[in-house]
Write a protein that binds this ligand. Structure first.
Ligand code: LHQ
Length: 263
């Protein structure tokens, strides 16, 4: 598959999707949205893919929507931005969140607008020390999208979510870590290697079980305590029927390293 605005490869169970419009800080134009969608379809349909790694090329991770595509000419009719959200951003966020495999986001530089919220739909966010997060929407009269208004209060609390989204100030990677927005900060020069190492290691783990862990944690945000206990029972039932459960226990008992297949 060849793409113009993304780099996409699959190796050792890891699909790597790299946003590749570095001159525009990897902001999303229509073609990039379409290409990301195509790549994610491959990830969804290829059973050999056990981890997705999302990152960006150049000094930015993603500056959100390409605003040159959204400039409204004087006197022109008001645009329906809801259509763009419905067509591209919401499906992207749903897909990242619902993929039944771990999704790692390596934030290599500035992440602004939708680009600051896409990482929050991923499972493990590692940022380069020089990276930053900007809820830039308020600067152009918009509201945070890509599920930012859902994720931010849950991750950092309402007070910080309001400050981030109403002020649109730059949040450093270190501060994002301290606030619980992301998992880890590493030196810029180590980001790519560490993200790939983590992805490769995760790709050898019981993928089906990891997908169920994701599902149960997501559900916990809306479930009551009792509902969650019942969900744990149901998902543990599914996990216990997997090949990898058999292998994990057998390897433990036989004191050897397990060879997980991912199902
Ligand atoms: C850009 C962009 C960009 C185009 C940098 N577009 N070129 C959903 C649905 C429908 C409509 C609207 O939006 C959405 C969701 C959203 O994402 S809304 C929010 C959109 N994003 C922003 O408002 C962020 C805009 N960018 C910035 O504020 C700055 O570029 C940041 C703070 C990210 C980085 O600042 P600097 O490091 O100073 O870089 P720069 O501003 O010089 O940008 C470098 C180049 O990238 C520059 O092009 P040039 O030709 O002058 O070198 C920028 O024009 C271009 N670029 N973001 N979103």
């Amino acid at each position: 598959m060849s793409f113009q605005h993304i780099l996409f490869s699959i190796e050792a169970g890891v699909a790597t999707l790299c946003l590749n419009r570095p001159e525009q800080l990897n902001s999303f134009n229509t073609l990039m949205h379409q290409e990301v969608r195509e790549a994610l379809k491959v990830v969804q349909s290829d059973a050999g893919v056990r981890v997705l790694l999302l990152t960006g090329e150049g000094r930015g991770f993603c500056a959100g929507q390409d605003l040159s595509e959204r400039n409204v000419a004087p006197g022109a009719e008001a645009p329906d931005l809801g259509l763009s959200i419905e067509r591209f951003y919401n499906p992207l966020i749903r897909t990242l969140r619902e993929l039944p495999i771990p999704v790692i986001c390596a934030v290599n530089g500035v992440a602004a607008g939708a680009g600051a919220n896409i990482p929050l739909a991923c499972d493990l966010v590692i940022a380069a020390r020089s990276a930053s997060f900007i809820q830039a929407f308020c600067k152009i009269g918009l509201i945070p999208d890509s599920a930012g208004t859902w994720a931010l209060p849950r991750l950092v609390g309402m007070a910080r979510a309001k400050a981030l989204t109403l002020l649109g100030e730059r949040l450093s990677a270190e501060q994002a870590l301290e606030w619980g927005l992301i998992y880890k900060v590493v030196d810029d020069t180590d980001l790519r290697d560490q993200a790939i190492a983590l992805a490769r290691q995760l790709a050898t783990q019981p993928t089906y079980g990891l997908g169920l862990i994701k599902r149960s944690l997501h559900a916990s945000l809306d479930n009551s305590f009792e509902e969650q206990l019942m969900l744990e029972r149901d998902l543990q039932r599914l996990a216990g029927r997997s090949e990898d459960y058999r292998e994990g226990v057998a390897a433990f008992v036989e004191k050897r390293t397990p060879a997980f297949k991912g199902y």
